[in-house]
Design a binder for this molecule. Structure first.
Ligand code: MD3
Ligand code: FE
Length: 208
């Protein structure tokens, strides 16, 4: 089973985000990817449709009490997948990451699962639909490298970018929690972790 590496260096700080590079070793990444495969066997990935009717390039599913769904009625947190099936519990391997880096005693109630295939991206947006915005968001990257962009509290202005790699963990807390951010592109095929290539991103949240 994998390990969460004892960090020699403090995390990289970028506009209030903490980037823990290489926190999860290869065995840990493989175990986590397998745990997520079990989840999406129950609640399959789907490509959300935006309120404007466009299909997103990222495919999504979730684990925990609440997941993210989108339909003609818009986006919202929901206790069930579109099929009506409740989201499976958040895997213990993923909860361990939250315990290590979040600084919260409270466990997350939501793990959103994003899958980026070749050419997928996520436009600049902010996450503000959670009931309380004081809790951090913890993100785990698995598979292909991704170019992550972080901006400001308002749309526009200067941004900074960082490549995220498999096993990296990012914590968004405090002032960083409401910053605009997105994924410009992935380097499809840069990692061998996922059999079909691509990138999995897990975001742990207190949503309810
Ligand atoms: C900064 N996911 O699911 S993870 C998302 O890689 C999302 O799939 C991206 O943005 C992905 O909403 C980026 C890093 C991340 C997640 C949530 C944040 C950065 C954040 C919330 C606030 C500020
Ligand atoms: Fe986001």
């Amino acid at each position: 089973m994998g390990k969460l590496t004892e960090e020699a260096a403090p995390p990289l700080q970028l506009r209030g985000l903490a980037v823990h590079a290489g926190l999860i070793d290869e065995a840990g990444q493989a175990a986590m990817a397998e745990d997520i495969r079990q989840v999406v066997r129950v609640v399959p990935m789907r490509a959300p449709v935006t309120p404007s009717g466009r299909k997103m390039s990222v495919r999504m599913s979730a684990a925990g009490d609440l997941g993210w769904v989108s339909d003609a009625g818009g986006y919202r947190y929901s206790a069930r997948h579109h099929s009506g099936i409740p989201w499976p519990p958040i895997p213990a391997s993923v909860l361990r990451v939250w315990e290590l880096v979040s600084g919260c005693r409270r466990p997350p109630d939501s793990c959103l699962i994003n899958l980026y295939g070749e050419g997928a991206r996520m436009g600049m947006h902010r996450d503000a639909d959670e009931a309380c915005l004081d809790w951090p968001v913890v993100s785990v990257s698995l598979g292909d490298d991704a170019l992550f962009r972080i901006g400001n509290l308002q749309r526009g202005g200067r941004t900074e970018s960082v490549w995220l790699h498999s096993g990296d963990v990012v914590v968004m807390g405090g002032e960083a929690r409401l910053r605009y951010h997105g994924i410009d592109r992935i380097r499809f095929g840069s990692s061998k972790l996922l059999c079909n290539g691509g990138r999995l991103n897990l975001t742990l949240r207190v949503a309810g």
